[in-house]
Design a binder for this molecule. Structure first.
Ligand code: XLS
Ligand code: NI
Ligand code: NI
Length: 441
């Protein structure tokens, strides 16, 4: 077997004192945190597309990266096989328990549906062999319903039912493949399910089509006995001007409207949260409140740039606040932390891919420790419980039970004392978070 990442061995934990760029400083897979190992808490996954399928091209220039299997003169199946060998070598050396893919990341798209399906089946067999050999599992699979020209006007939301039909077939096939690989989830990101202008868009019709599509997806899941979770990945825009799966709250309302709130959960991407004008923690908290928290695409944006930068996460503070909400919600079940993150275009050394993932894993591990320590201390929970204590008393309970009316409250106001405002102490609480981060060991 040809080794692609020559000179890189299995990445080990060396602790915060280590200066070795190819070692973990925080992520220690067997370390127990709040009753679970770090490995089980974080459930890290490497994504195929950014790491193995992207050459470094952008709209201003060609690929910069050393990805020999992307050379156009190679036989597409040979190329796909080399790519998969490099990918599993990477997963194993990194110690990532999971991976994620789009159908056409791992198999070349053919010139007909039948050819594409045959290619995918073949690569699924190869992947099954690697999974067996390495113990790496599939966090989720997804169908690429946004790259081919046929999807330029959307997949499920396309004005042409033939395109809907094609997309449905592609999802059915990709879900079967995901099922075959023992995938823990199946993801749908509505890449072009939205619009560029309302001038040619029948928004109501498109949303109804999307509802029908997702119902068919759920039906298929049950039909084939797939036990994983179906996840929708919200994103407000890019590539379309407006995307229907705008954010978690929008997705929840949509799921309720179509009777899908018990069948579909969300895959929240950190950079998408930022793009929708929310904090990552807000998106997680909303999903937990609605009972639709599923999985995370861990990456980061840039404060000044309004598009999906997919950087590796580096902010322990941002991720601590997110992990806090994840832990409050009970942690992951079928979901995990997928690095939907990519290198910068100038990071072309082979080991840069390791260094990016190691940094992301250490950021998340340290954030997990800080969040677990905040929860264990009760520092925030005590404050919050105290802040809302009035709702457990007679007045609060009567209001919430509905045993008191607006008119009753009007009457009560005649003799009631003026409410006494109390400090919200935000700065103090921010300092509490800072203290827990400082003290993580
Ligand atoms: C794009 C999305 C995409 C999904 C999978 O912004 O993040 O990568 O995660 O289709
Ligand atoms: Ni994503
Ligand atoms: Ni994204």
């Amino acid at each position: 077997m040809v080794e692609f990442f020559e000179g890189v061995n299995r990445i080990k934990f060396e602790g915060v004192g280590s200066d070795n760029p190819l070692a973990f400083r925080w992520y220690q897979q067997d370390r127990m945190v709040a009753g679970r190992s770090m490995r089980d808490h974080l459930r890290f996954a490497v994504c195929y597309w950014h790491s193995f399928n992207w050459s470094g091209f952008d709209i201003f220039g060609d690929g910069t990266m050393d990805r020999p299997w992307l050379a156009t003169d190679l036989n597409p199946i040979t190329a796909a096989e080399r790519k998969m060998a490099a990918a599993f070598e990477f997963f194993e050396k990194l110690g990532a328990p999971f991976w994620c893919f789009h159908d056409f990341d791992i198999a070349p798209e053919g010139s007909s549906f039948a050819e594409s399906a045959t290619n995918l089946d073949r690569m699924i067999d190869t992947a099954a062999g690697y999974q067996e050999k390495t113990g790496v599992e599939l966090l989720w699979g997804t169908a690429k319903l946004f790259a081919n020209k046929r999807y330029m006007g959307g997949a499920a939301t396309n004005p042409d039912p033939e395109v809907f039909a094609y997309a449905a077939a592609q999802v059915a096939h990709c879900m079967n493949a995901t099922h075959k690989l023992g995938g823990h989830n199946y993801v749908l990101w509505g890449g072009r399910e939205g619009y560029d202008t309302l001038l040619h868009t029948d928004m109501k019709r498109e949303l109804d089509q999307l509802g029908r599509f997702l119902n068919m997806v759920v039906e298929h899941k049950h039909k084939i006995g797939f036990k994983g979770t179906i996840l929708l990945e919200p994103k407000p825009f890019e590539p379309t001007k407006h995307q229907y799966d705008y954010d978690t709250a929008t997705v929840y309302a949509f799921l309720r409207q179509h009777g899908l709130e018990n069948e579909i959960k969300v895959n929240i991407e950190v950079n998408h949260a930022t793009l929708s004008g929310h904090d990552f923690a807000h998106e997680v908290a909303t999903a937990v409140n609605c009972g639709i928290f599923g999985s995370i695409d861990a990456n980061a944006g840039d404060d000044r740039l309004g598009w999906d930068l997919d950087r590796f996460p580096v902010s322990v503070e941002q991720m601590t606040l997110g992990m806090l909400e994840i832990l409050r919600g009970g942690g992951f079940t079928t979901g995990g932390l997928n690095f939907d993150s990519k290198l910068r275009r100038q990071s072309i050394a082979r080991d840069d891919l390791f260094i990016g993932h190691i940094g992301g894993m250490d950021t998340m591990a340290r954030s997990l420790l800080a969040a677990a320590s905040i929860i264990e201390s009760g520092d925030l929970d005590h404050f919050v419980a105290e802040r809302y204590a009035g709702w457990n008393d007679t007045l609060g309970a009567a209001i919430m039970k509905g045993t008191i009316s607006l008119a009753d409250l009007r009457e009560r106001a005649a003799t009631a004392a003026e409410p006494q405002p109390r400090s919200g102490r935000q700065e103090m609480l921010e300092n509490v978070v800072a203290r827990h981060i400082e003290r993580t060991v």
